[in-house]
Design a protein around this ligand. Structure first.
Ligand code: SDX
Length: 446
């Protein structure tokens, strides 16, 4: 397979397709015909530029607002099949990883492409444990926020600030530098997340405890009070670890696209990941898990579900936690999270909103409005119920999503930085504004 960037003139035979794999286009404006190579089920948009009406013509663009049908990269990190509801990290089904793996093992898999040997995993876990602390100045940085600042706003600020504590992180073409920044980001995200939570609670920050594993350490930094040694409930820690696995990566979602686009300017990975946190913050993306619980609380009881569904159909409401750009089937992660609810609720007691959520899902999946639009529960529909049962405030739900997604953002960033086809992301536009107007002095404007 050729790794050299192809140009419009690449002979069809070299386009990794068999001869004849082309798209035949006839431009009715000129009568000219073109053979556009098809490779991996796609045509290169640049190959459209040769289609012109005259020599002054810039050439044909592909117009795709929100990138509904645009492949921005080649990636080997995550495979999705939206129709079949399939999700694989580096080829391993999410169901098997959720059942048999750990979050740090999955993070290694996403970053390095293979499951680790025992010695590799031990070294990886050790390195991450040795980098969970943050510079003490970051505490005063977080203390500068209002007491009720949204923790996602604090997290994106703090992660962006990390770039100033590691100025050499912009050496993105140095593999050793990339490796240490990768470790630092995965290691420090829970610490900054917990510091943000403790700031909201007005409680002292809790330092990492390297005797605890990744999820248990986060629970300690969130909930440790006067006890000398925080002992996380292993069932809660396991459920949290599974949630981090399920949230680790999801191919070219909005926040990963933000990380890749920002990273394409060759900025350091902290700044790129801060942009990913900002994108994830939105209620259409990672902020949905917070909005799902607010929605369920607003519905209040099963009796109110029919009125709520009517509101959705009338466009007054959106069924948060339902629908997906790729999945037109049940999100496989939602199925696993729904099962994880049982494990957590065994410890914490059942979240009363679960009954409303399951009834809402049942009614929606039997209603043609949702079925015809292929709207099914996504990863955010049940996850908030677990976070709420853990005692977390709703504003912390997307922060938990960000902790898990950090390894995916980094894996995608690493792939982008080393991809010979990638350069600075700079889309074109279809200009719809005025042209060639002369300046009018303010005294002459009506
Ligand atoms: C995540 O991309 C990823 O991989 C994301 C993610 C990841 O792991 O990174 O999976 C995580 O972000 C999950 C999605 C979380 N967001 C929500 O749960 C918010 C509610 N869902 C939607 O807003 C919506 O479904 C999106 C944003 C998720 C997807 O939007 P699309 O693909 O742009 O679909 P659309 O908005 O064009 O909707 C198509 C139709 C529309 O109806 P019509 O205008 O055709 O009549 O479906 C309707 C929409 O109105 N619709 C919904 C709906 N989602 C879509 N109607 C009611 N409730 C909903 N949730």
């Amino acid at each position: 397979m050729s790794t050299e960037p192809e140009t419009a003139s690449t002979p069809v035979a070299e386009a990794n397709g068999t001869a004849g794999d082309t798209l035949s286009i006839t431009d009715s404006r000129t009568g000219a015909s073109y053979e556009i190579p098809i490779r991996d089920g796609a045509v290169r948009s640049l190959d459209l530029r040769q289609i012109k009406v005259d020599d002054d013509d810039f050439g044909l663009l592909a117009y795709d607002p929100a990138f509904m049908n645009t492949a921005s990269c080649r990636s080997a990190v995550t495979y999705l099949d939206g129709d079949l509801g399939v999700l694989e990290y580096r080829g391993y089904p999410i169901e098997q990883l959720a059942e048999h793996s750990s979050y740090l093992e999955v993070a290694f898999l996403l970053v390095h492409g293979e499951l680790p040997r025992t010695d590799e995993l031990d070294a990886w876990v050790y390195d991450i444990k040795m980098h969970t602390f943050v510079h003490e100045n970051l505490k005063s940085f977080i203390q500068g926020f209002r007491h009720d600042a949204h923790p996602m706003g604090m997290l994106l600020g703090a992660v962006g600030a990390l770039s100033t504590f590691y100025p050499d992180a912009n050496q993105i073409h140095d593999p050793d530098n990339r490796a240490i920044q990768t470790i630092r980001l995965i290691a420090k995200m829970p610490t900054l997340a917990a510091f943000s939570y403790r700031h909201n609670m007005g409680q002292p920050y809790v330092y990492p405890d390297n005797d605890l594993e990744y999820a248990g350490n986060l629970l300690g930094m969130l909930y440790k009070m006067t006890e000398l040694k925080y002992q996380p409930d292993p069932r809660i820690a396991k459920a949290l670890d599974v949630l981090f696995i399920l949230h680790a990566d999801h191919e070219q979602n909005c926040s990963t696209t933000a990380v890749r686009a920002i990273g394409s300017s060759q900025v350091d990975p902290y700044s790129a990941v801060a942009g990913g946190i900002a994108a994830l913050y939105g209620p259409s993306h990672g902020g949905a898990n917070e909005e799902v619980v607010r929605m369920l609380m607003r519905i209040g009881s099963n009796e109110n579900i029919p009125d709520f569904i009517d509101g959705v159909k009338a466009g007054r409401e959106r069924l948060m936690g339902f629908g997906h750009r790729v999945y037109k089937n049940y999100d496989p992660r939602a199925r696993i999270i729904k099962k994880a609810c049982d494990d957590v609720f065994e410890v914490t007691g059942i979240n009363p909103l679960l009954a409303i959520a399951t009834e809402l899902e049942k009614i929606a999946l039997g209603d043609d409005y949702f079925v015809s639009r292929r709207l099914y529960p996504n990863v955010d529909f049940y996850s908030g119920l677990i976070y709420q049962a853990l005692g977390l405030p709703m504003a912390m739900f997307p922060v938990m999503f960000a902790i898990g997604r950090t390894s995916g953002w980094i894996a995608q960033w690493l792939e982008m930085v080393q991809d010979p086809e990638q350069k600075i992301a700079r889309p074109r536009q279809i200009y719809t504004g005025e042209r060639g107007r002369d300046y009018v002095p303010i005294s002459q404007r009506d």
